[in-house]
Design a protein around this ligand. Structure first.
Ligand SMILES: N[C@@H](CCC(=O)N[C@@H](CS)C(=O)NCC(=O)O)C(=O)O
Length: 212
């Protein structure tokens, strides 16, 4: 049994990526709930762990000296390598999973994140601005990309992997952010398939009241 990890967390799609992975891998962890509105991410202690002042982040105490990891993609890859779970052992499979991990980091994550900002926080006058529409359409374009990749597949890279875990939380909340998955049946079915996993439900429910 490994030592519990410290998990710096807030119940958002970026936080769920890691709570889901920790539950899927059955790893012991201690949750440190962050109040982002209060500014917990700017404390000097947290900035030493996550220099970009963003959660999620973890500390692994199972190593010679405690290992800090920030950025959800890096954390997922670290945990997959640590546990040898949710990443293929073949070189080609690993390469494919890392491609989709990077795709989320550079595409789905930032577009959904910026859309979420406009949707939740922009002043009314800005809601239909060029920038707001651009992010919404780019978010939709990511659905199209996933729709093609999921054609004839149950998961992004054949077997359920960290590629699914990193993308899924941003698709879970698409409808609640005014986007429709009606034209993307492969994505909609994949969303439901993953939602049924007990570890996923546990991860999404961590310190959060049910909404979706
Ligand atoms: N690229 C980062 C994004 C993380 C992120 O945006 N976290 C937000 C909450 S969802 C945060 O900590 N925001 C605090 C801030 O920006 O001050 C990742 O994937 O880990």
């Amino acid at each position: 049994m490994s030592k519990p990890l410290d998990f710096y967390y807030s119940p958002t799609p970026n936080g769920w990526k890691i709570s889901i992975m920790l539950e899927e891998c059955n790893l012991p962890y201690k949750t440190i709930l962050m109040d982002l509105k209060k500014g917990d991410q700017f404390t000097s202690n947290f900035l030493r762990i996550s220099p970009g002042n963003r959660m999620p982040a973890i500390i692994d105490y199972d190593t010679d000296i405690p290992t800090t990891i920030f950025e959800s993609g890096a954390i997922l890859l670290y945990l997959a390598d640590k546990t040898k779970k949710f990443i293929p052992s073949s070189k080609i499979g690993r390469k494919q999973v890392i491609e989709w991990l990077f795709w989320q980091v550079g595409n789905l994550g930032p577009m959904a994140g910026q859309h979420s900002h406009f949707w939740n926080y922009a002043p009314e006058l800005e809601k239909n601005s060029y920038a707001a529409v651009r992010y919404a359409e780019e978010y939709d374009r990511c659905f199209e990309v996933l729709e093609r990749q999921l054609e004839g597949r149950h998961y992004i890279v054949d077997e359920y992997s960290i590629a699914d875990i990193i993308c899924w939380p941003w698709i879970l909340i698409a409808k609640s952010m005014g986007r429709s998955l009606d034209s993307f049946p492969n994505v909609a079915n994949w969303r439901l398939r993953i939602k049924e996993r007990p570890a996923v439900r546990k991860g999404v429910d961590l310190m959060r009241k049910k909404k979706d």
